[in-house]
Design a protein around this ligand. Structure first.
Ligand SMILES: Cc1cc2nc3c(=O)[nH]c(=O)nc-3n(C[C@H](O)[C@H](O)[C@H](O)COP(=O)(O)O)c2cc1C
Length: 292
């Protein structure tokens, strides 16, 4: 019996794919949606604050209005976040429900706060991390719950953009200072998508100590951003080496993306300010040029 449970868990874990194509004309019961939200309720959260709320949009008119908001959000990405491989969000119209995971920042007061000036920034920054990680846990639990019900979903972060959050708040009636960190369209998959590119386990797994040979260099990040990203995000393949155009796409980067050691020299790069993305991949360079 135990073994069966493990197999089931593995199945659910891998069925939790971001699917962006749903079968039209389907419905789902309130009971199913309640069970899914209950998975979110059981997520861990900093200081058990449960700093999230879940709005389940099931009414057809409300789904249509929410879809409209996200169509505009996607167009803004095309116009003002050039180069990001966003997909059209018309598929939202075929969802059986959309769950909005709202974050309530007041609960950050319950996380550790500095009692001396020296530590104010340090604790404050980590409070933000605790809050956002709690949100991530709730969103992921919802997605896993969806997969366990035999349905599928996507994880949309655009509701967290101020313009979109304001529009959602007007539509759904929550205070503007709460934020729609996760928007999860749910539906019946119109195509099977149970695979997605993942790094080899031995490359991201470090035993006892960080292994510098498994470090991914700045240039590797740049290469992903400028070249691989749209394929790695959307193709239905786990192993990049199974891509038909693997050699063409990867070129001299093939080992770094498929083998344990992405950095055979074992040399790490120095400190930099990573509060803003440093990537100088082709897309970033083009964006920088356009904004100058
Ligand atoms: C924090 C976060 C934000 C994301 N935002 C979006 C989004 O706005 N739109 C979208 O289509 N997918 C979004 N995704 C889904 C990722 O693109 C997806 O998880 C990734 O490509 C891996 O695919 P998989 O979920 O099928 O494993 C987001 C995922 C995370 C964790």
């Amino acid at each position: 019996m135990e073994i069966k449970k493990e197999i089931l868990f593995d199945k659910v874990l891998k069925k939790r794919r971001s699917v962006r194509k749903f079968e039209p004309g389907k419905t789902v019961s309130k009971g199913t949606l309640k069970r899914i939200v209950d998975c979110g309720r059981w997520a861990p959260s900093g200081a058990n604050t449960q700093c999230f709320d879940f709005i389940v949009i099931k009414d057809k008119k409300m789904i249509a209005s929410t879809t409209n908001i996200f169509l505009k959000q996607a167009q803004r990405l095309v116009d003002f976040a050039k180069g990001f491989p966003a997909v059209k969000k018309t598929y939202l119209a075929n969802t059986v429900a959309i769950i909005i995971v709202l974050g309530d920042p007041r609960w950050k007061v319950c996380f550790p706060h500095a009692s001396t000036k020296d530590y104010e920034e340090e604790y404050s920054r980590n409070n933000d991390a605790i809050f956002l990680c709690s949100m991530g846990a709730a969103i992921q639990n919802i997605q896993l719950g969806v997969a366990a019900e035999g349905l599928t979903s996507a994880w949309l972060s655009g509701g967290g953009e101020d313009t979109t959050n304001n529009e959602l708040s007007n539509l759904l009636g929550y205070p503007k200072w709460m934020k729609a960190f996760g928007t999860i369209p749910i539906g019946y998959p119109a195509e099977t998508q149970d695979k997605r590119y993942r790094r080899p386990l031995e490359q991201c797994l470090h035993w006892n100590k960080y292994s510098p040979m498994q470090y991914r260099t700045h240039k590797q990040v740049d290469f992903y951003e400028s070249t691989l990203r749209p394929f790695a995000m959307y193709r239905d393949q786990e192993k990049i080496e199974n891509w038909k155009d693997f050699s063409e796409k990867l070129g001299s980067w093939s080992d770094a993306f498929t083998k344990q050691y992405s950095n055979v020299s074992g040399k790490l790069e120095g400190d930099e300010d990573f509060t803003k993305p440093r990537s100088k991949g082709r897309t970033t360079r083009r964006r920088d040029k356009n904004s100058n």
